[in-house]
Ligand binder design. Structure first.
Ligand code: URA
Length: 435
């Protein structure tokens, strides 16, 4: 096969065969397809799109570029993937909650990407917690105690690692077929019985409009279900941070408060809702209402907390050695009115300014910096009221300037969007209906 010919066919809007897609992916990994060719192909995909059969072929090629977990029969294996947001710490309470309800959670997670935080970075606020596990260690922990959250090892979907790095520098990240295959090639390597997707929309998300988020959700559900994994997606609101805490150690603190039956209501609600969807799809509960009841009971009875402590300890973490918050400054309102908009992405960039996220790959981060946001969209604000606490190692003048630009206080209260906007149905297994 000839890479230039395959690129030209996609450039002209034609559907590629599975063999052509497999050639591009395998060829990129082994050097037969050169980087400029792969970049041109990715751009052609971005501009010309792919049908479901093509995305399935791409996901398969990327998945089979590495190894996959296979599990002996036992407790159902379930995972959740979020497309990323600000203050999104849900995986941390959700994984042990699922574990307490009878599911196994073999979760491979990521670091911060762009303005959004990453579960692996947050967990590294806990002294000793090991995020890099070998395939054997990962397998052993799932079999022994049922809950793992670790970074992807080199054996998992290596083609995605290469292609993602190329997309990052060629303007080809925001292509639904490429995002779908990238996410699913890693998640399906976990050998799951069910997958729950939290596709974020809004000004703190990758997908700025609910229409784009819905399109991504449908693509993810359709491809994942076609590949044999029952999958459900929720499209959820990221027009303000999830919960109050944004950063690393502070998000561990907030996750722990959720596991103790307290914490902000939006984080609790979304944790319980996603937990219930997993209990339903994983075959533990017969309907959503009984799934919500089971998850609520396990959370409030302290069983999810016990599972959390067991999991963190099993993975080497010492909860007595969680990084402490940096010094606190309070940012106050300089006018009265209603909080009408938060440019949520700016909060993510502000965490990077504080040193809590990366400007370059591999950069060390400060787990003790971040924010506690004291107000929610629609709140009545009085001049002088505390809007946020800033945890910082140095002066906060430039941070406050960024916050002032990001938080809009108006005369009129805003129209509020719901936390969960849409559900993307579970497509029938084995179907590949397009569009
Ligand atoms: N997250 C991924 O893992 N891949 C993408 O392409 C986008 C977000």
């Amino acid at each position: 096969m000839n890479a230039a010919e395959i690129i030209s066919r996609k450039r002209d809007g034609l559907a590629l065969t599975a063999a052509e897609i497999e050639f591009m992916v395998a060829g990129f990994v082994d050097g037969r397809v050169e980087r400029p060719q792969m970049a041109a192909w990715a751009m052609a995909v971005l501009l010309r799109d792919m049908n479901t059969d093509e995305i399935v072929a791409l996901t398969q090629a990327m998945l089979y570029s590495g190894q996959r977990f296979q599990w002996p029969s036992g407790r159902p294996k379930v995972d959740k993937h979020s497309t990323g947001g600000i203050g999104d710490k849900i995986s941390i309470p959700l994984a042990p909650l699922w574990g307490a309800c009878g599911l196994d959670v073999p979760m491979i997670s990521g670091r911060g990407l762009g303005a959004t935080g990453g579960t692996i970075d947050k967990l590294e606020s806990i002294g000793g917690y090991r995020t890099q596990l070998s395939m054997d260690e990962f397998r052993e922990q799932v079999n022994s105690m049922g809950v793992v959250i670790a970074a992807a090892s080199a054996e998992i979907a290596p083609a995605d690692k290469e292609l993602y790095a190329l997309r990052d520098v060629t303007g080809t990240v925001p292509a639904v077929p490429l995002i779908t295959a990238s996410i699913l090639s890693k998640k399906l390597a976990e050998g799951l019985d069910a997958l729950i997707l939290d596709v974020k929309w809004g000004n703190g998300a990758f997908m700025k409009t609910s229409a784009d988020a819905k399109r991504l959700a449908e693509s993810l559900v359709r491809v994942s279900a076609t590949m044999g994994v029952p999958t459900k997606a929720l499209v959820t609101n990221m027009n303000q941070p999830l919960g109050k805490m944004v950063g690393n150690c502070v998000e561990i603190e907030e996750s722990e408060s959720i596991l103790r039956g307290a914490g902000p209501s939006d984080v609790r609600e979304l944790t319980l809702r996603l937990a219930a969807e997993g209990l339903l799809l994983g075959g533990i509960s017969p309907d959503l209402q009984s799934a919500i009841t089971l998850a609520t009971n396990k959370l409030d009875a302290g069983e999810a907390w016990e599972k959390y402590e067991a999991w963190i300890q099993y993975q080497g973490g010492d909860r007595k050695q969680i990084v402490s918050r940096a010094a606190e400054s309070v940012w106050r309102a300089d006018r009265s009115g209603y909080l009408s908009t938060i440019d949520t992405e700016q909060l993510g960039y502000a965490v990077i300014d504080l040193g809590g996220g990366r400007r370059q790959q591999g950069q060390a981060i400060d787990h003790g910096v971040g924010f506690e946001i004291e107000v929610r969209l629609g709140d009545r604000i009085e001049s002088g009221q505390a809007l946020a606490r800033i945890f910082s190692r140095s002066g906060v003048d430039s941070i406050i300037k960024r916050l002032q630009a990001a938080f809009v206080i108006s005369e009129q209260p805003p129209q509020l969007e719901p936390l969960v906007l849409e559900e993307s149905g579970l497509f029938k297994l084995g179907t590949s209906a397009d569009g």
